[in-house]
Design a protein around this ligand. Structure first.
Ligand SMILES: [Zn+2]
Length: 154
């Protein structure tokens, strides 16, 4: 069996949450996966990324949509989720990664991302309707290509 660690979402609630989507109520998550999310959350939290910089993790794509590169302003990411059939991506959430209100922001961010990736899409229905933002697999590939050119010239 692969090594496991305490579920960051349950930890942030301070009690084992039977309805937790991040760990399906088991209280633990795979250590390797947790470490990947933790590394990403640390990067998002501590380093200002260039506009449209994107990150892929599990079924999520995060795209930097911050209006400013000032670290004292909110750093904002659009969160897209890959459709089950792998045919495209749907914007389901927009998250702030550098809030100062929480005591353990990195762990909170890990918990948030891990649960977003597992939560049923129906939970985001009103968001999905409001954002009305989908990318086909081809559009995402085209975005990656144009971002690479943009990043090289930045
Ligand atoms: Zn949990």
């Amino acid at each position: 069996m692969s090594e496991q660690v305490k579920c960051p979402h349950c930890r942030s609630m301070l009690i084992l949450n039977p309805g937790c989507t991040a760990c399906a109520g088991s209280g633990v998550v795979e250590k390797k996966l947790f470490n990947r999310y933790h590394a990403l959350a640390t990067k998002l939290r501590n380093k200002i990324q260039i506009p449209y910089k994107y990150f892929e993790i599990e079924n999520l794509v995060l795209i930097n949509i911050s209006l400013s590169e000032d670290p004292n302003r909110y750093q904002e990411y659009a969160v897209y989720r890959r459709d089950e059939d792998g045919g495209g991506y749907t914007k389901i959430e927009s998250i702030t990664v550098n809030g100062t209100r929480t005591q353990r922001p990195i762990l909170r961010l890990v918990a948030l991302l891990m649960s977003i990736s597992k939560q049923p899409l129906s939970d985001f229905e009103s968001h999905i309707r409001a954002y009305d933002d989908k990318l086909t697999a081809d559009e995402f590939e085209a975005f990656k290509v144009s971002f690479a050119a943009y990043e090289a010239a930045y």
